[in-house]
Design a protein. Sequence first.
Length: 299
Amino acid sequence: MAINLFGVLNIDKPEGLTSRKVVNHVCAMVPKKTRVGHCGTLDPLATGVLLVCVGPATRLIQFGQASPKHYVGTFRLGLSSDTEDITGDVQTHDLPPLTREQVESVLPKFIGNIDQRPPAFSALRVGGKRAYDLARAGKEVNLKSRKIDIYELSVVDFDFPDFRLDIKCGSGTYVRSLGRDIADSLGTHAVMTGLVRAGIGDFRQSDAVQLEDLNSENIEEHLLTPQSLIGDMPSTVLVNDEFEKLRDGNWIRRDMAESVQDLAAYDADGRLVVVLKRDSGRLFVPKINFALHWKPNAG
């Protein structure tokens, strides 16, 4: 039988709520045992795009997590904190006079594939435990630097000691740590005082639904198609008995460029049936299979 709740919600997360609490709100709106999950944590301080997958679409979370992000972050110079944002234990430091031009002058070194040390207060795991749990318990947390991608970075507002950055980046970027490192390169400190996630991939904050406007009666009309999570992945339309073959876990054959490793397969009605992966040569096998949730040629 076809599943009613199968898609993704673009929610404008309000300030003060954890991403988990937003998911809990959605869970309360859907039938019991319906799977719900988000595509990347936003700190309670942050607002903006939080993608929440509902039903079988939770199996596509990895694609939302991997999509490029667009943030607008606000920072205050001359401060530091254990959380690297204004919600932590804030310390004040001597602050030399700085100009917008000085801040802009150091930004080029933070564009590209760069090293970043994640904050101690983060959801990363250390020895099987969340780093933020260890940090809150007063234990020392030393996370190793890792590579991140910053595609675009610019100052959009400067009112000393505050400045605002527009950031387009890859997954795994910690905006508060970016502000920390920019300030360090200027010989001072900074904490993040505000954060907006303006977009994830093709999802925009301007199109997002407010959590307070979402309820069990209208949630289905706000669900976006599951294929909206996979962006411009190469695709194909199933023909003849291919739907049944994929439902049984078998392969199909397609002539695709060697660079194509993942392939989205749709039925004649435009429904996402399966995400395929290249097995060898022209053969593609199911990677994420939704065929059991649909009836072939159902309207």
